[in-house]
Design a protein around this ligand. Structure first.
Ligand code: SF4
Ligand code: SF4
Length: 209
């Protein structure tokens, strides 16, 4: 029926309006900003960069691969990659972004940057109070403004962050096991080479007269 949805919506509003005089459960609004409804775990606003450890600059997971920059539909990510590498928070040499800006006046919160990142380095924030009277530079967030700790990620998206940590831990364990196996194979090879060298007959030292 034409207009059925509108009538249903108005009936719900009327039910809540009348019910709010007798039941707090029918109060569907809060007096923002004094009162706030907790954000949902799967809420998403704009992206942020995850870092591990106490130092945001040293702990950024981003390795400046620029996949997110290429895939972002409105092209609002701007990355400059470092010339050299520096150790990340686990001591592995990695490239890093010398510049990582997101223009949140253009970002459409699609989350594609998050989905394409192979390093779990960029996630969606739930922070929405970002209004500013500086409509040019004020909405261009740099890497320091975008950097937020893994602990913060756990606070806003606990289920997802726990899954990511488990995945990263499994990857780290697999890499450590592979490195250990390679080191053992190299040591065994070196041992065999030394054994073969010692088993070889010694070359004659010279004729007897
Ligand atoms: S959420 Fe979408 S629009 Fe925003 S930076 Fe990521 S890819 Fe670009
Ligand atoms: S956030 Fe992820 S996809 Fe984007 S540059 Fe950094 S590592 Fe690459």
């Amino acid at each position: 029926m034409l207009g059925e949805g509108i009538l249903k919506g108005m009936a719900e509003t009327a039910k809540n309006f009348a019910g709010s005089f007798v039941s707090v459960d029918r109060l569907t609004t809060v007096e923002y900003p004094e009162q706030r409804i907790p954000t949902f775990e799967n809420a998403r606003v704009f992206p942020f960069l995850v870092y591990d450890g106490p130092d945001w600059a040293a702990g950024l997971r981003c390795v400046a691969c620029q996949i997110c920059e290429k895939e972002c539909p409105p092209k609002c990510i701007y990355i400059e990659k470092s010339q050299g590498k520096k150790p990340d928070f686990v001591g592995k040499p990695q490239f890093y972004p010398t510049r990582f800006d997101i223009d949140i006046s253009v970002c459409m919160s699609c989350q594609i940057c998050v989905e394409v990142c192979p390093f779990e380095a960029i996630k969606m924030d739930t922070e929405f109070e970002l209004a500013t009277d500086n409509r040019f530079g004020g909405l261009l967030l740099d890497r320091q403004q975008l950097a937020k700790s893994n602990e913060y990620y756990h606070q806003i998206h606990p289920t997802e962050a726990t899954e990511v940590d488990a995945r990263l831990d499994a990857e780290k364990e697999a890499a450590a096991a592979k490195a250990k196996a390679a080191a053992q194979a190299a040591a065994a090879k070196a041992g065999e080479a030394a054994k073969a060298a010692s088993a070889k007959p010694a070359p004659p030292t010279g004729g007897e007269d």
